[in-house]
Design a protein around this ligand. Structure first.
Ligand SMILES: Nc1ncnc2c1ncn2[C@@H]1O[C@H](COP(=O)(O)OP(=O)(O)O)[C@@H](O)[C@H]1O
Ligand SMILES: [Mg+2]
Length: 280
């Protein structure tokens, strides 16, 4: 089964969509079949990867509120350069209405989970671009996910709101999805010349320790420009620091999610008849 990761932070403008688009395309470039689910009514991820919004007939809304099979909405992104490794389920502004419509529906917190069950095995990673709120849409995303990746912008009020997000995560764990894990906190828009960036980086590490990704996303103009060309940064300017930061993040994520490789010593000791529980 593919790993489902929500990219979430109820603050707007912290780099959620930029992370979804660029992390997904970097995973695809590493030949990990990846699906982006655009779950924000602003549909920035949809346009950021070059899906023509005018041409969308069915979107994630139809899978959530209607009973349409999500398979019908999967579009392949840039099939030439990423060789069929990157797909997306687009969003449209209609999704904003889903908030209210969901309230009256059965299993309202579970609708996204149910919708993606039938396709999870086709992908190695599924990244969900969450809206900037702790709404029923976000609850659906977190209920459907194995983990949550939290982008944190390097700015003065960065830590504000993280407590609220953590409380939401623990409520979801208690009531809806006991397996939900924190994939990691990701520093975004880092500028080493700016002192506040170092303050935020240190604070984040002292609060969340090993849960903070080693990879830091620098502020880089190519990351801001590439969506206007409907491209992830690695197809716009692969040498840019922005593209390279997200390639490094994809590598870190893949490494964190790989099963522990046998050390060799284990084999030798095991072969010498050492009890299995020696290691445990
Ligand atoms: N590392 C970065 N360097 C420069 N600009 C960035 C970077 N990350 C995001 N941006 C820009 O900041 C704005 C907000 O980012 P976005 O990913 O849309 O945030 P969110 O999805 O959390 O609202 C966008 O204009 C985006 O292009
Ligand atoms: Mg966004």
């Amino acid at each position: 089964m593919g790993k489902v990761i929500s990219i979430s932070n109820q603050k707007g403008g912290v780099g959620k969509t930029t992370t979804v688009v660029n992390l997904a395309s970097s995973l695809a470039a590493a030949q990990k079949k990846t699906l982006i689910i655009d779950f924000d009514p602003q549909a920035n991820a949809t346009s950021g990867i070059g899906v023509d919004r005018e041409g969308i007939e069915k979107s994630i809304y139809d899978a959530l509120v209607g009973e349409t099979d999500i398979k019908e909405m999967i579009v392949e992104v840039e099939p030439d350069s990423l060789k069929g490794y990157l797909c997306a389920v687009p969003a449209t502004p209609e999704l904003a209405g889903a908030e209210i419509e969901l309230i009256h529906l059965e299993h309202r917190e579970w609708r996204l989970k149910r919708a993606i069950e039938s396709i999870a095995a086709e992908f190695e990673f599924i990244l969900i671009d969450c809206p900037p709120s702790l709404s029923l849409l976000t609850v659906n995303a977190l209920t459907a996910s194995d983990s949550v990746l939290i982008p944190v912008q390097c700015e003065y009020y960065a830590m504000e709101g993280l407590g609220q997000l953590k409380r939401t995560i623990s409520l979801i764990k208690q009531r809806l999805n006991p397996e939900l894990a924190v994939e990691g906190y990701l520093l975004t828009m880092f500028d080493s010349r700016n002192n506040i960036c170092h303050v935020v980086a240190n604070e984040l590490k002292s609060y969340f320790g090993g849960d903070v990704f080693e990879t830091i996303i620098n502020r880089n103009v190519k990351l801001a420009e590439s969506p206007s060309f409907g491209k992830p940064a690695l197809l716009y300017d692969i040498k840019s620091m922005g593209a390279q930061s997200y390639i490094a993040l994809a590598q870190e994520l893949i490494k964190r999610n790989s099963p522990v490789v046998s050390t060799g010593a284990e084999k030798i000791l095991g072969g010498a008849g050492v009890e299995k529980n020696y290691f445990g």
